[in-house]
Design a protein around this ligand. Structure first.
Ligand code: AP5
Length: 214
């Protein structure tokens, strides 16, 4: 089973992907995480990507496709949960081609629906662990010890692209480039919208019910 989870920045894709990949035993592919790892490691690809990520722009398809190929191959046998990829119709087409060549396809594209005011609140308050990447929120999901990760004890920080000036650009980029995926997957009969606000456990249950009734 191959599932695409998409939605605006802050919709909860990362939060839900962690739960879903475990529940359905799927290989989790997050282009955001892959790009952040490449940036942290200062690889040539990471240096190139940083120019775009820090501004809230999409990294060019050629860079992303190169980065993701290996990860997709890992997921082809077991099934995968795609988080942050595809991000526009041309990436969706590339994904379809890659899967079709292996006799597979996207089974469902789940869209997480959240109001813009809530997205802003979530993103400005989000903090992430600088070591293990665990996600927190200053008000909604604070760490037990201030500034330190509950899981590994390392420092939690704000993502550079979670500054207010960058967030507005990310939301605009989402409207222009990623939102057309709703139509792309609707035409294929694979689009499902799920309410992404409320308790994360309830959101998880709603997604599972969509997946299980497919
Ligand atoms: P990426 O890392 O994919 O960022 P994003 O899509 O902007 O999504 P986020 O990670 O910000 O949010 P999320 O939906 O995962 O929400 P989360 O679960 O963390 O991409 C970053 C950048 O990389 C892009 O801007 C682009 O430059 C580049 N990039 C990535 N993929 C690319 C591609 N394919 N092509 C080109 N460029 C690409 O939750 C957010 C917060 O809300 C957290 O604090 C969380 O605790 C909280 N929260 C979650 N769920 C709930 C809930 N139900 N109720 C209350 N709070 C909640």
């Amino acid at each position: 089973m191959n599932i695409v989870l998409f939605g605006p920045p802050g919709a909860g894709k990362g939060t839900q992907s962690a739960l879903l990949s475990k529940h359905y035993n799927l290989h989790h592919v997050s282009t955001g995480d892959l790009l952040r790892n490449a940036m942290k490691a200062n690889t040539s690809l990471g240096i190139e990507a940083k120019k775009f990520v820090d501004k809230g722009a999409l990294v060019p398809d050629s860079v992303v496709t190169g980065l993701i190929k290996e990860e997709l191959q890992k997921g082809i046998g077991v099934g995968m949960l795609l988080d942050g990829f595809p991000r526009n119709p041309s990436q969706a087409q590339a994904l379809d081609e890659l899967l079709n060549a292996e006799g597979k396809n996207v089974d469902q594209a789940i869209f997480l629906e959240v109001d813009k005011s809530e997205l802003l609140n979530r993103l400005t308050g989000r903090r992430v662990c600088s070591s293990c990447g665990a996600t927190y929120h200053v008000k909604l999901k604070p760490t037990k010890t201030e500034g330190r990760c509950d899981l590994c004890g390392e420092k939690v920080v704000q993502r550079p692209d979670d500054q207010e000036s960058v967030i507005s650009n990310r939301l605009e980029v989402y409207d222009q480039s990623t939102s057309p995926l709703k139509e792309y997957f609707s035409k294929q009969g694979k689009f499902v919208a799920v309410k992404g606000s409320g308790d994360p456990k309830d959101v998880f249950r709603a997604i599972c019910s969509a997946v299980d009734s497919r």
